[in-house]
Design a protein around this ligand. Structure first.
Ligand code: HAM
Length: 443
C-alpha cells in the first residue's frame, strides 16, 4: 500500500521549529498590544461571494487560486452553497465588521489576526498552498479618523518596530498611492488608451489584463515588457489634489518618525480593494558568506508583507462607509528569515570587548579572561582603535560589543550593545556573563 503524505504545498511544523513560530507570534502579540489592537478570529471558510466581491473576480487569487467547493445541503432548510477556504483575511474581517455592526460604536476598530490562509499557487521556497499570515486592520467611520494619513503612518511605523523587535534588518519599505474611487477611473482610461497601440507586443497575461484589469499590467515581471511599461502614464500624475495631499502627509509623518521608505510608482498589488496608500516590505537577502554580494533568503518570494488602504471595501460588501487600512505578513517567510539569520550567526563570538583607550587595555584583558572562564567566546579589541572602528569590527565578528572606558572600570557598570536587536544597555559587571550568554539571534 502506498504511504500517505502531506498534500503538495502543505507542511508539518515540528519542534524545534515550532518554538520559532511561537516566538514570532508572541512578539507580534506584544507589539500589537502596545498599539492597542485586539484579536479577531474569523472562520477559515466563507461564502465564495465574499472573496469574489471583496478581493475581485479578475484577480489571480479569485480567478485561479481559490479552494472552492459546492457544499451540499444536509437538510431541507439548507441550500447547497459555494464555499471557499479563505485566501486572505481582510474580506472576512470587514464582513465581521459589518455583521456585528462594529461601526455603530463610533470608534476605530483595531483588529489583528494570526492564522492559516489557502491559495492554490505553484509551491516553492516561501510560497505554500497553506500558509500563515499575521495581519491587522484599522477600520471605522471617517468621524473616528479612519481616513487620516496618520493611521497609515502609524501602521507602517508599527511594522518597522515589529521587524526590528524580531531582529530582522535590511528590509525595504516600498510605498505608493493608487488613487481613490474619484481619481482612479480617469487614470484607468488613460492607461487603456496608452496600452492600445503597444499591448500586442506584450505577454499573454498583459494582453488579458489590459482588457480586464489594466492596473495589473504595471505589476508584470516579464523582462521583455519592462521597456514598454516604463513608457505608460504614471498614476502619481493622475492623482487628484485630495489623494496627493493624503500621500504627502503619509510620507511627511514617516519622515518625522524616522521610518525609511522608497516610493515605487508601479506597486499596485494583487487585490482589487486597494485605494490610496499601498505598501510592501521586501527583503533582498543578507551579505553572502564570502562578502561578495547578497544571498537571497526567500528565493523569488521577497515580499515579507503587504497591505494598504481599502476605503470602499465595506460599501462593496453591502456595509456602511468605513475606510480602513491593514497589512498581512507571511509568517512562513518570517520563519525562513529568522532561521537564515540564526544560521549566519553561529560563527559569531559572544562578545567583543572594546577598551576605550590604551590605558584600559590591561583591564580589558582581565575582563576577557573573566568572561572566557565563564564559557563565553570573546574577541578582544585594542584601546588604540577609534570607537567607530571598534563598532565596525565588532559588528562583523560578535553578537555584542562591551565598551570599557575609565568610568566603566571604576564604576563596574558596563555599556553593552546587542547588534541583532540594536539595543544598548548598562549592565553591572556581576551580571555581564549572564547577559551576554542570553544574547541569541532570535530572543
Ligand atoms: P497579500 O500581499 O496577498 O496581501 O499577502 C500578504 C503576505 O502574505 C505576502 O506579502 C506574503 O508574505 C504572504 N503570502 C501570500 N501568499 C503566500 C503563499 N502562497 N505562501 C506564503 N506566504 C504567502 C493580503 O493578503 C492582504 N489581505 C493584506 C492586507 C491586509 N491588505 C490590507 N489589509
Amino acid at each position: 500500500m502506498s504511504t500517505l503524505k502531506a498534500v503538495r504545498g502543505t507542511r508539518d511544523l515540528l519542534p524545534p521549529e515550532t518554538a520559532l513560530w511561537n516566538h514570532i507570534e508572541a512578539t507580534a502579540r506584544a507589539v500589537f498590544a502596545r498599539y492597542n489592537f485586539g484579536e479577531i478570529r474569523t472562520p477559515i471558510f466563507e461564502d465564495t461571494a465574499l472573496f469574489a466581491r471583496g478581493v475581485g473576480e479578475e484577480t489571480d487569487i479569485v480567478s485561479k487560486e481559490m479552494y472552492t467547493w459546492e457544499d451540499r445541503a444536509r437538510a431541507q432548510s439548507e441550500k447547497t452553497q459555494s464555499l471557499t477556504l479563505r485566501p486572505e483575511n481582510t474580506a472576512g474581517v470587514v464582513r465581521a465588521y459589518i455583521e456585528h455592526k462594529l461601526g455603530e460604536t463610533g470608534q476605530l476598530q483595531k483588529l489583528y489576526y494570526i492564522g492559516p490562509q489557502f491559495r492554490r499557487e505553484r509551491p516553492q521556497r516561501g510560497r505554500y498552498r497553506q500558509f500563515s499570515q499575521i495581519g491587522a486592520e484599522v477600520i471605522g467611520p471617517a468621524s473616528a479618523g479612519s481616513e487620516s494619513p496618520l493611521r497609515d503612518a502609524e501602521v507602517l511605523e508599527m511594522l518597522a518596530t515589529l521587524l526590528d523587535e524580531l531582529a530582522i534588518r535590511g528590509w525595504t519599505l516600498k510605498i505608493n498611492s493608487v488613487g481613490s474611487a474619484s481619481d482612479r477611473p480617469a487614470y484607468i482610461a488613460k492607461l487603456r488608451e496608452a496600452l492600445k497601440p503597444v499591448v500586442g507586443q506584450m505577454c499573454e497575461d498583459c494582453q488579458r489584463r489590459a482588457d480586464t484589469n489594466p492596473l495589473r499590467v504595471l505589476d508584470c515581471k516579464v523582462p521583455a515588457d519592462q521597456p514598454i511599461i516604463e513608457t505608460l502614464p504614471r498614476i502619481a500624475d493622475s492623482l487628484d489634489d485630495a489623494s496627493k495631499a493624503h500621500f504627502a502627509a503619509v510620507c511627511a509623518a514617516l519622515d518625522k518618525a524616522g521610518v525609511p521608505y522608497v516610493q515605487d510608482h508601479r506597486m499596485v498589488r494583487g487585490l482589487d480593494y486597494y485605494t490610496r496608500t499601498t505598501f510592501e516590505f521586501t527583503h533582498g537577502g543578507q551579505p553572502s558568506a564570502d562578502a561578495t554580494g547578497t544571498a537571497p533568503i526567500l528565493g523569488a518570494q521577497n515580499a515579507l508583507l503587504g497591505g494598504g488602504r481599502y476605503d470602499g471595501l465595506s460599501e462593496a460588501l453591502g456595509g456602511p462607509k468605513a475606510p480602513g487600512i491593514g497589512f498581512a505578513m507571511g509568517e512562513d517567510r518570517l520563519v525562513l528569515m529568522l532561521q537564515a539569520i540564526a544560521a549566519s550567526q553561529t560563527d559569531l563570538a559572544d562578545a567583543y570587548i572594546a577598551p576605550l583607550g590604551e590605558a584600559q587595555n590591561p583591564a580589558a584583558l582581565e575582563l576577557a579572561r573573566e568572561l572566557r572562564r565563564s564559557g563565553l567566546r570573546v574577541e578582544l579589541g585594542d584601546g588604540s582603535f577609534r570607537l567607530k572602528k571598534s563598532f565596525e569590527t565588532a559588528d562583523k565578528v560578535a553578537r555584542a560589543i562591551v565598551l570599557l572606558g575609565e568610568d566603566e572600570v571604576q564604576s563596574g557598570i558596563l555599556t553593552v550593545k546587542e547588534f541583532a536587536r540594536g539595543v544598548q544597555s548598562k549592565v553591572a559587571r556581576a551580571d555581564l556573563a549572564a547577559t551576554l550568554a542570553a544574547v541569541t539571534p532570535t530572543t
